[in-house]
Design a protein around this ligand. Sequence first.
Ligand SMILES: Nc1nc2c(c(=O)[nH]1)N[C@H]1C(S)=C(S)[C@@H](COP(=O)(O)OP(=O)(O)OC[C@H]3O[C@@H](n4cnc5c(N)ncnc54)[C@H](O)[C@@H]3O)O[C@H]1N2
Ligand code: MOO
Length: 657
Amino acid sequence: MTDASADLLDRVRRAARQEQFLEVVSAEEATRRFRAALDLRPLPAERVMLAASLGRVVAETVAAVSDAPPFDRSSVDGFALRAADTAAASEAAPLRLRLNAEVLACGMAPRIEVAPGTATAIATGGMIPRGADAVAMIEWTELDDAPGGPALLLTRAVAPGQFIGFAGSDIARGEAVLRAGTVVTSREIGMLAAAGVAEVPVVRRPRVAVISTGDELVPPGAPLPPGGIPDSNAAILAAAIVENGGEPVPLGILRDDEAALEATVRDALAQADMVVMSGGTSKGAGDVSHRILSRLGAPGVLVHGVALKPGKPLCLCAVGRTPLVVLPGFPTSAVFTFHEFVVPVIRALAGLPPREETQVAATLAVRTPSELGRTEYVMVSLAQAPEGGLAAFPLGKGSGSVTAFSQADGFFAIPALEAGAEAGAKVAVRLIGSAARPPDLVIIGSHCIGLDVVLDALAAQGLRARTLAVGSLGGLAAAKRGDCDLAPAHLLDAATGRYNTPFLAPGLRLVPGWRRLQGVVFRPSDARFEGLDGREAIRRVAADAGCLLVNRNAGSGTRMLLDGLLGGARPAGYANQPRSHNAVAAAVAQGRADWGVAIASVARAYGLGFLPLADEVYDFFLPETRAQRPGVVAFLEALRAQAVRQRLEALGFGPAE
Ligand SMILES: Nc1nc2c(c(=O)[nH]1)N[C@H]1C(S)=C(S)[C@@H](COP(=O)(O)OP(=O)(O)OC[C@H]3O[C@@H](n4cnc5c(N)ncnc54)[C@H](O)[C@@H]3O)O[C@H]1N2
Ligand code: MOO
């Protein structure tokens, strides 16, 4: 073996994932072991200023420092007097009371006692003077400037205590205003302020160190080198830590360097109440982070490998009583296991109750296969089902997706011993976040960036649409089942050369959309395409084994167009079949393929050369039963709106005929 090939083999061995999980356990067993190793009592209290207590958890009973109100005060504008004087007062025989020589505005301390037969003018909120035991409203009186000095004529009897708010009647000094465990909102802050509390004892927020590992990761927004991936895990974890009462301590991205990783993890353990890492956990016992974990201190690794999907490679550890978790790198797996296993611990340390969970019943729209031996959690979108109730559509994006968890309304479980769930099955969907409101419009079919223009216009009216990109044929099938409101499609019928209309079925109508230009895309520097017409280019490069195609998935309109043009030829790269125009453009732009077919607007966005092939028609199948729904009516209006049409044209989408 040459040195070079020995080196290559060595590198492959090191990079290879050897499935060396300690022992794959159930989610329940993982939770049990993790909790047993930890101290889950709320962290000790700290005192914060009133304004800083918003969102914090009260650590111990807070007692009122002062009464509210702090003194007896008038609740009307009028006159403080002695009720006993007024018993005989009436409209017919008004009672004359001498006015004392002060007017009690708010914030004034009274100087003159209200003696029998006298009254003192007082404002709402004014302090009740000594001697007075009631207040008469100004409306019941008339002033009388008699020779004996200013007097008051009162036309009604007043009851003792009338219109007086007594000291401590709202909050009594020493009374408990808040108890431990209360989350401080603006309402609690108002009470504390009234009770004279300037500082609040709150549970210290658990500090959670966040570390991402992976040579490919770059901070969000930084330029992406070839193979680079934005570190989205650290961002979503930090925000979720805040949402659950913790304080994130971001420690950045670490490369696969054992010494540096160990130093950072030790530093994290020293300054945080908990450490959350992501990435590199499925590589097993030979992996860097795993080797480090085993020497940080007892009890060490508690669980490595959980029988669930997403999340199998999850690793739960404790160093002393400090939890340390290594989440799978895949974003959906990372955030899902974070919410299942880590959030309850953060909330317990933060003194927060477990999150409330809402479950709704739904009907599964399509058959969903799953892996035997692992409980599989399927992320779904919910929509109104045609027969009433809710329909659940699996997002079908897999553990590597960054959007599946963020865009799902919820998820349901397929038990470990089942190989899938059938279409029509009743499933219990656990809702994520507050996405309980079903969308106003469900669109299933082919995706086009032009669609975003129409949906933007709907969003401006407060209407929410849910789109699932499953290709033109998948959308047509959903429309026939009545599972969606609209199914965008660009289906070419080879026999007639016409788009979409030949595919109409009973119960469906076709709404004209727009035209878009499909063409061959290639790198502008590639001379093999220079000066050719689209069809001519396909004939030539299809026969060139060195010119790699990136195809499209079966069922997509673009694939049908290309297959028609290829007339049975199978050029090199034919088996590479991504699901979108963007994936085709990215493969060509990055040199993983040399040509493909995509729409002009996408070619332009990727700076690719473009040879027009067909001016295709992108329309919408609409089930008649859905035509009157307000979301559909609004969509059809938006589609015709002048402003929408102008934006579509600016993007290169022409009017439908
Ligand atoms: N042969 C096997 N391959 C894989 C197995 C297996 O058992 N045998 N397990 C699979 C499962 S399940 C999962 S989940 C993933 C998890 O792998 P790792 O935890 O080792 O994660 P990485 O390999 O480091 O990364 C996976 C993937 O996620 C991206 N990533 C990582 N960190 C971040 C981040 N902070 N932000 C955004 N994206 C991140 C990374 O670039 C990779 O694409 O392994 C399967 N494979
Ligand atoms: O368990 Mo992994 O999280 O399936 O993708």
